[in-house]
Structure formats: structure tokens, C-alpha cells
Ligand binder design. Structure first.
Ligand code: PGA
Ligand code: ZN
Length: 442
């Protein structure tokens, strides 16, 4: 493709995310002629995490009185000055080159000079502008003619950890409609189970208030009790656990780890049982092993903390042939960390959050590295989100086969599911939907 579509303007502003905190919205306008007449504007709103990994690219916050220190005026300013200067006049259809220019403008390893939130907005909005200018759906622009695999939702229906104020220590409990025939039916199954779970919680006088990602956040003792309730919800919705729907968890173990004592501390379970519950790395793996034996648990994210390479290798050796072991805080969408993990046989899948790394090209490099190394790739939202649906298109573009984007509740979560419904419609009969854990499916 030798078309040249110059970037005419780059503009960012401060907007709000789903937690009511500020974040960056960026617009990139392109066009051969006069802006306003035949220009195209791409847009992106940058997400934000709560249980952020230590090795993530830096999210620049103002640290001033406004918004309790969380303002992003500096990042916005960096977009409107240095980053705009770096890419103005450049061809928007050369995403890799644009991302290089953004990286050069920042010049640091973890984007601490200008902020990953500044870089990412430009990177994603440029891709969106390119798609619009080519009059193509974003997923096709990013992925080409072979982009057709609809992701199986890894749908969070019960929140704990940093995402809620309840006693559940693991951060996320999710359902995956692995037995569905297509995305649309899978989404329906999940939504039905979600409503059933709400009824069950109510009946048991448990809270049906929701956490940051839309999952319920009741006070429950431990993972086993949560999974039992989930099994009930699946059955009462008329489905078979293990066949129609499987379970996944995000332990977010870095949040539980006590570096001094080298143990995982479970504050919620401790308060519910009246004695202090701690687990070592190998006891954590024992715990997961029992859960795998008892429940159709197919995926465990961040089962151990982000710096325990040895522990991850041990966990992978013990569980890796039975479950997907996803590195979120552990890999931070970073190709280098992933390469080390592949070498050390640590984990077998990567969670992909575009803002952990800061440019679209780097995120796609990590995905490619995973896919060519037999690792899974799960495209993911953040706990702080917006109406932006970029990740829905990205999941289909790279044929990832799995997406984690919260409960079927809260507009910022349903926006992604609704976008995927539209993509499946667009693909029509070409759309594929398969259980990612059944290796021999065609
Ligand atoms: P975060 O949580 O966006 O708060 O990091 C999501 C996750 O841990 O997967
Ligand atoms: Zn996670």
C-alpha cells in the first residue's frame, strides 16, 4: 500500500474514566486535502488499572491538588506539544513507523518522560484514523482479511481484591462459555448465569452491589465457596458446568504477597475465619490444584507474584498441562518479559493490556511472540475503562480467541461486548468461534 495519508492534527483532552478518575482522550485527524472537508478523525480513550504491575510502563499523573493528584494535564500537554510535533505530517498508514517516532520522542525504557498514557492515546487514535480513512472496520484494518476469530469471553461475574471492598481475596472470578456455538450465544449464556447468580446471592442475603468491573462483590469466605455459588448459578441457568461454561480466576497474587515474610496473606479469609491465613508459593499451587480437581477451572491468572520466576516455573510444571496460566502483572504486555517466561517455561499465556506497554505496535509484538511460541493471548480491559471499544476490534484482529472485559453490566464493559456483537454480524458466516482449550478443533 503506497498511499500517503498525512496526520494533520493531534489533540488530547482530559476526560473521565469509569471510576470517575481523569484519563486522556486523543484525536488524530488525517487527510490529503483540507481538514474538515475530507479529513478523518480517529479517537481513543486510555484505560487505567488499579492493581497495576510493578513493571508496567509509567502512567503519568499530575500529583497536584486537583482530582486528588490524579489529573492528567501533563500527559495531555505532552500529546499536544512533543508527540504532536513528532508525528504531524507523517503517514498514518504506517503504524509501526508512527509508534517508533512516539518511542523516540519519549526516549525512556518505561515511557516515564512523556507518560505511557500520552503515547498510547496517539498510537490508538492513529490506528482508528487509518481505519476510518481506508473506510474499513477497525478489526479488518488491524488484522487484514484473515481476522475472523471471535473471542470467547472470560467474563468476570464476581469481584474481590483491589476491585471491591468485600472479603473475597482473589480479584476476579470469571465464566467462559466454551460450549457456545458463537459469540452471540456465548454472551447470552454468560448474561443469564450472571442474572442467576444475582438471584442466588439475594436469596442467601448476600450483597448484589457490584465492583469496578461489574461483577458482584459480596462477603464470601474463600474461592471454594465462590466457585460453588458459580456452579449453582450455571446449573440453575440450565447449563452444565464444564461443558457449556468453564471457570477462570485472576488471583492477582502480587496484591496478596508479603515481601518481608515471603508468603501470601489472605486478609478476607482471615477475617471471615477468625485466624490468620497465609500460604507459601507451593501451598498456593496446592490450593489451585485442589480447585482444579473440584471445579471446571480452566484458567488461572497471576497465580503467583510478579517477581517469582522460579515459582512460576514450578507452578507451570505442576499445572501447566491442565490449565491456562496467564501472566498479567507478571508479563505486563512486554515482549522481553514474555521471552524470558517462554525460555524459563513460566506460564503459558499472556494477558494483553495495551496501556501496560504504551504503543499498539509493542502490544502486537507481544501477541505475535506469544502466538508463535505456543502461548495463549488474552486481550484485556483495565478496571478503569471508558466507552472506547478498541480492544474488541483488537481481539478479533489478532485472532486471540479470548477476551477479558468484565461483567455484562456497566456501560464501559457492555460497550466492548456490544461492539463484538456488531463485528460478528459484519463477519457473518466467516466468523469463527471455538473453545480455545480444545487443541484439536478445526
Ligand atoms: P487492573 O485489573 O486493570 O486493575 O490492573 C485487571 C486485572 O488485573 O486483570
Ligand atoms: Zn490481572
Amino acid at each position: 500500500m503506497n498511499r500517503y495519508l498525512p496526520i494533520r492534527s493531534v489533540y488530547a483532552r482530559e476526560v473521565l474514566d469509569s471510576r470517575g478518575n481523569p484519563t486522556v482522550e486523543t484525536e488524530v485527524t488525517v487527510g490529503e486535502g483540507v481538514v474538515g472537508r475530507d479529513g478523518y478523525t480517529g479517537r481513543a480513550i486510555v484505560p487505567s488499572g488499579a492493581s497495576t504491575g510493578k513493571f508496567e510502563a509509567l502512567e503519568l499523573r499530575d500529583k497536584e491538588a486537583r482530582y486528588q493528584g490524579l489529573g492528567v494535564q501533563k500527559a495531555v500537554e505532552h500529546v499536544n506539544t512533543e508527540l504532536a510535533e513528532a508525528v504531524l505530517g507523517e503517514n498514518v498508514l504506517k503504524q509501526g513507523w508512527l509508534d517508533k517516532l512516539l518511542l523516540q520522542a519519549d526516549g525512556t525504557e518505561n515511557k516515564e518522560k512523556l507518560g505511557a498514557n500520552a503515547l498510547l492515546g496517539v498510537s490508538l487514535a492513529a490506528a482508528d484514523a487509518g481505519a476510518k480513512a481506508m473506510r474499513m472496520p477497525l478489526f479488518q484494518y488491524l488484522g487484514g482479511v484473515h481476522a475472523r476469530r471471535m473471542p470467547v469471553p472470560m467474563m468476570n461475574i464476581l469481584n474481590g481484591g483491589r476491585h471491591a471492598d468485600n472479603t473475597v481475596d482473589f480479584q476476579e472470578f470469571m465464566i467462559m462459555p466454551t460450549g457456545a456455538c458463537c459469540f452471540k450465544e456465548g454472551l447470552r449464556m454468560c448474561a443469564e448465569v450472571y442474572q442467576k447468580l444475582k438471584e442466588i446471592l439475594k436469596k442467601n442475603q448476600l450483597s448484589t452491589a457490584v465492583g469496578d468491573e461489574g461483577g458482584f462483590a459480596p462477603d464470601i469466605k474463600g474461592a471454594r465457596e465462590v466457585l460453588e455459588l458459580m456452579e449453582k448459578a450455571v446449573e440453575q441457568a440450565g447449563y452444565q458446568p464444564g461443558t457449556d461454561l468453564c471457570f477462570a480466576i485472576d488471583a492477582a497474587a502480587s496484591e496478596l504477597y508479603e515481601e518481608q515474610e515471603k508468603v501470601y496473606y489472605f486478609p478476607g479469609e482471615s477475617s471471615m475465619t477468625g485466624h490468620k491465613i497465609i500460604r507459601t508459593a507451593s501451598e498456593m499451587v496446592d490450593y489451585y490444584e485442589r480447585l482444579i480437581q473440584e471445579f471446571p477451572l480452566v484458567s488461572i491468572e497471576d497465580g503467583l507474584w510478579e517477581e517469582d520466576w522460579e515459582g512460576w516455573s514450578m507452578m507451570t510444571k505442576r499445572l501447566g498441562d491442565r490449565v491456562q496460566l496467564v501472566g498479567d502483572d507478571f508479563f505486563v504486555t512486554n515482549e522481553k518479559r514474555l521471552a524470558k517466561g517462554i525460555e524459563q517455561k513460566a506460564g503459558n499465556a499472556i494477558l494483553v493490556k495495551v496501556n501496560q506497554i504504551g504503543t499498539l505496535s509493542e502490544a502486537m509484538d507481544a501477541i505475535e511472540r506469544a502466538q508463535t511460541s505456543g502461548y495463549g493471548a488474552v486481550i484485556s480491559h483495565r478496571s478503569g475503562e471508558s466507552e472506547d471499544t478498541f480492544i474488541a476490534d483488537l481481539a478479533v484482529a489478532v485472532n486471540a480467541g479470548q477476551i477479558k472485559t468484565g461483567a455484562p453490566c456497566r456501560g464501559e464493559r457492555t460497550a466492548k461486548y456490544n461492539r463484538l456483537l456488531a463485528i460478528e454480524d459484519t463477519l457473518g458466516e466467516l466468523a469463527l468461534y471455538e473453545n480455545p482449550f480444545q487443541k484439536n478443533n478445526s
